[in-house]
Design a binder for this molecule. Sequence first.
Ligand code: F0G
Length: 434
Amino acid sequence: MPAELVCFSERCRARYPVTEVIYNCPRCGGLLETAYPPAADADALRTLWRERRLSNAPLDQSGVWRYREFIPFLEDPAQVVTLREGNTPLLPAPRAARYAGLDAIVFKHQGFNPTGSFKDNGMTCGASQAVRLGMRRVACVSTGNTSASMAAYASAAGLEPIIFIPHGNIAYGKLAQALEYGARTFQVEANFDQILALVRTLADRLGIYLLNSINPFRIEGQKTIMAEMLDQRDWNPPDWVVLPGGNLGNTSAFGKGLRELHAMGLIRKMPKLAVIQAEGSAPFFTLTHTPGMQELDPVTHPETLATAIKIGDPVSWPKALHEVEASGGVVEKVSEQEIADAKAVIGASGVGCEPASAATLAGIRKLRAAGVMRADADVVAVLTGNVLKDPDYIYRYHTGQLDGPDGRRIEATFGNQPTVVPNDAGRIAALLEG
Ligand code: F0G
């Protein structure tokens, strides 16, 4: 039995070949996921994956394709497009732990990826699938990181990347990447959710392959973030895996990955997922905290300075809901001030990240204060993007010029102002000694 696409809806479960160009179930409109025949013996996989770290072969050097038995949707390895993604570190951060009220915290820093975000883990798979399908053009709507990643992987594969972004609403570093990696870039006067509908229409009409996180192959690549994290921890699962939630693709990917690793016998315990949203863009929080609510109610005008997660109508919510519930996890939301302060603490820990990523630490602090997380909990927080993605935000925060979406000033609680000095050793020495 080869790999298949399966409808995620419990009532449908229709199956399709992985070579069909579909993003939703043609029968019921549900989300799709990939399914595989049972994998090899867990001990053999642990050894094989560890041995590949010594190899110079491009596929083995990729922190995604090293785990290829975990994502076996491709038959021909020659179709893989890799920029040696993954291979991201686990970084302990005692200062951040103290801030959150934990004994210890470890960050899995996806900002160390080739284009600076976790999207590269998924995009290597999405772009490889585009090559396999013989597509020439690929498209996405993005709050910035998906587009940066897609531009790089498509150009590396000789495909034409076409990008749609909300005009004026993405961080400069991300827009710059799309241009530099050679993507045709359209800045649309609409928000992320509106543009997604537009791009789906265009993709169907023009035969362009869609590489948003609705694409099930991207989710497969993002699963390997959990495989690599556990491999780095010698397959000892943490109590919690914490991540920011926007379109909820990553939540779906982590949950699916952990469930599959558990079923394969690679881990004995399931970590709990904690998904953190920004207060002004928190439809998933509302869904999970409103008794009796069955369906996600989209936020029409999502707001947050963490533009990566400024999404009001997350497409993957049914999968994400299933994963959070299956893991016994939680959903939390945090304010703009909490995100900004947590970000500065992550920076002052020598780690650094973009605003959306800092929602993790802010959320942990809140969950800790509420007693949901214990002080001695073993917590891995996933930092999704690199500190340099949004330098404008950083400068404004540290110089006391950062205003929230409602126009209210965000306090520079941990501000770090640069000092202008004359070219005078005596005066500078006096300042440093004072
Ligand atoms: N963190 C960062 C840095 C992101 O770029 C995103 C999503 C998320 C978190 C949320 O992940 O959507 O899987 O829940 N960025 C997308 C983009 C939407 O277009 O780059 P999610």
